[in-house]
Design a protein around this ligand. Structure first.
Ligand code: AP5
Ligand code: MG
Length: 214
């Protein structure tokens, strides 16, 4: 099963992708998480990506497409994968389609999580992410058992650098201009499914599993 997640920053792509990955046993591939891991390890890719991410801009396609095409060719992705945060531009979607075409494959489901901009700005302020394993929480809607500490690995939870309100607004603008055209792209491909992302996390997941099957 090959799935992509679409939706604005903070729509809940990562939250749902993680649940899908666990239920269906396919790897969760988040380009944002890959870039953040590179920033943490101070790699060349991390240094380049940080310049764009901190400004709320997209990392250039040249740094992103090959990385994902290579990742989905790894053995653990042979039975499928869930892509979270990729594609984000039409050239990225075309690169993905071409890479899959070469293997006589295609995306099965494009899951679009819809949330109005006003709700998003509010959500991002409450998000906390683990510095070590990348797990995501929300101070109100998905709180950790112990404040400021990751349930999974016990490390510190932080506010992401790009979750400041002014950067969130910029990321939303980038989403509307560069990523939203993908809704039409995947509608035309016949695989787009829209979900109301303002509902409760588990309720959204139940609707997604109705689509993907048990
Ligand atoms: P990325 O890490 O992908 O960030 P994003 O798309 O901006 O999305 P987020 O991770 O912020 O939100 P999400 O939809 O995953 O929501 P979450 O589940 O965490 O990318 C970061 C940056 O990297 C980009 O800006 C760009 O610079 C670069 N980048 C990455 N991929 C790229 C690419 N392909 N090309 C170029 N550049 C790229 O949920 C948000 C919060 O809400 C959480 O606190 C969560 O607990 C809570 N929540 C979730 N669902 C609900 C719900 N139903 N109700 C209430 N609260 C909820
Ligand atoms: Mg995410």
């Amino acid at each position: 099963m090959k799935v992509i997640m679409l939706g604005a920053p903070g729509a809940g792509k990562g939250t749902q992708a993680k649940l899908i990955s666990e239920k269906y046993g396919i790897p969760h591939i988040s380009t944002g998480d890959i870039f953040r891991a590179n920033i943490k390890n101070n790699t060349e890719l991390g240094k380049k990506a940080k310049e764009f991410m901190d400004q709320g801009l997209l990392v250039p396609d040249e740094l992103t497409c090959d990385l994902v095409v290579d990742r989905i060719s790894q053995p653990d992705a042979a039975k499928g994968f869930i892509l979270d945060g990729f594609p984000r531009t039409i050239p990225q979607a075309e690169a993905l389609t071409n890479a899959l075409n070469k293997r006589n494959e295609a995306i099965d489901y494009a899951i679009d999580v819809e949330v109005p901009d006003e709700v998003i700005v509010n959500r991002m302020a409450g998000r906390r992410a683990c510095v070590s394993c990348g797990a995501t929480y929300h101070m109100t809607y998905a709180a950790p058992a112990k404040e400021g500490i990751c349930d999974k690995c016990g490390c510190e939870l932080i506010l992401r650098d790009d979750d400041k309100p002014e950067t969130v607004t910029k990321r939303l603008n980038v989403y509307h201009t560069q990523t939203q055209p993908l809704i039409e792209y995947y509608t035309k491909a016949g695989v787009l499914h829209e979900f109301d992302g303002t509902k409760d996390i588990n309720e959204i997941f139940d609707s997604i599993t109705e689509l993907l099957g048990e």
